[in-house]
Design a protein around this ligand. Structure first.
Ligand code: BDR
Ligand code: CA
Length: 341
């Protein structure tokens, strides 16, 4: 099957916000941009998330931390530096973090992103180097220097975030929100039960989800509905000379996995949905729910167990994405690409 219809209906609850005592992500505005830290493993969709974040006046990117995930740490770090060169922002600090999960070896995703973690178009060479500081320490410094509560935006395995919370507990109260890509209410992608980012490091994910810091979980239920169809990709590729052709190439490569696996003549851009949600909260419909991480299961390690019908009575720890205004998301991305000229 292939086509241009969004797969399945979005998840519907009787009252999406019924359990809602959990603070939503704070909003940013051009005259008062929201300070954010992007923690990533680029990755085609991480790269687009970075480009979107740097293009928006509602956000102030304090720094970028990298983690082993889609590819090994050396590669994800180099790719982050290349994306900054593409964006004309080599001034943004990049700190390399955890090379492997809290427990066990790193498992990467060459079947999705290629061996380099970002196969496809040529990215420009880095115009800067990563700083010497370990990412969790750099993140703590960025957060302390921000002067106001910060939002963390993890789009890879949660290892760096777990290390930050454990090794620098004093910054917890300065973290307003964690808006992450990971998990799923329904199907997995790397296993039938688990989504890749959570599956790579379930122990780290458990620390983050149990931290008490308000979270937003943008999982596959939403991101598999964030598809950029081929004709829209072509518009993006022609939207400006600077980043348009590169993004077009990234999405074309990323599509090949999704076409093989799901039959889609288009590609989701999972990670960019986190940033889009911070820029335009109305694009993603969420519900405040209890989410636990399965760290044991014989078949389900790395699953996000979402209490969708609130059967446990536990208070919510996460706003969980249910659906997306796909056309609005595509329009936001296209505008971001065009803004680079
Ligand atoms: C997530 O896994 C990675 O392949 C993507 O970059 C995204 O963060 C989707 O499951
Ligand atoms: Ca990612």
């Amino acid at each position: 099957m292939s086509g241009t219809a969004a797969p399945g209906p979005g998840i519907v609850l009787v009252d999406d916000q019924a359990a809602g005592t959990l603070p939503p992500p704070p909003g940013g505005a051009p005259d008062r941009p929201l300070p954010v830290v992007l923690d990533c493993d680029p990755g085609h969709d991480d790269a687009v998330a970075i480009l979107l974040a740097l293009s928006r006046p509602e956000l102030r990117v304090l720094g970028i931390s990298t983690v082993g995930g889609n590819a090994v740490l050396e590669r994800t770090t180099e790719t982050a530096l290349r994306v900054l060169a593409l964006a004309g922002r080599p001034d943004v600090e990049v700190a390399a973090g955890a090379a492997h999960p809290l427990e066990g070896p790193l498992r990467t995703a060459p079947h999705v992103h290629g061996e380099s973690g970002i196969e496809g178009p040529e990215l420009p060479p880095p115009e800067s180097a990563a700083i010497a500081e370990f990412a969790p320490a750099a993140m703590a410094r960025w957060i302390e220097a921000a002067g106001e509560p910060v939002v963390l935006v993890p789009t890879g395995p949660l290892t760096n975030i777990a290390l930050l919370l454990e090794e620098h507990p004093s910054v917890r109260e300065r973290i307003a929100h964690i808006c992450l890509m990971g998990g799923s209410i329904t199907e997995g992608n790397i296993t039938p039960a688990a989504e890749f980012n959570i599956w790579v490091d379930p122990e780290a994910a458990e620390i983050v989800f149990d931290s008490g810091i308000p979270l937003t979980m943008i999982g596959l239920d939403v991101t598999h509905r964030s598809i950029v169809w081929e004709p829209e990709r072509e518009v993006m590729a022609r939207a400006g000379d600077r980043v348009g052709p590169v993004v077009g190439g990234l999405l074309a490569f990323f599509q090949s996995f999704h076409e093989r696996t799901y039959g889609w003549a288009g590609t989701p851009i999972h990670d960019a949905v986190t940033v889009a949600h911070l820029v335009a909260p109305e694009l993603v419909r969420t519900a405040a729910l209890d989410v636990r991480i399965e760290t044991q299961g014989r078949f389900t390690r790395g699953r996000t167990v979402v209490d969708l019908r609130r059967v446990t009575g536990r208070p919510p720890n996460a706003h969980v994405g249910l659906d997306i205004d796909r056309a609005g998301f595509v329009a936001l991305l296209t505008e971001a690409i065009r803004s680079y000229g």
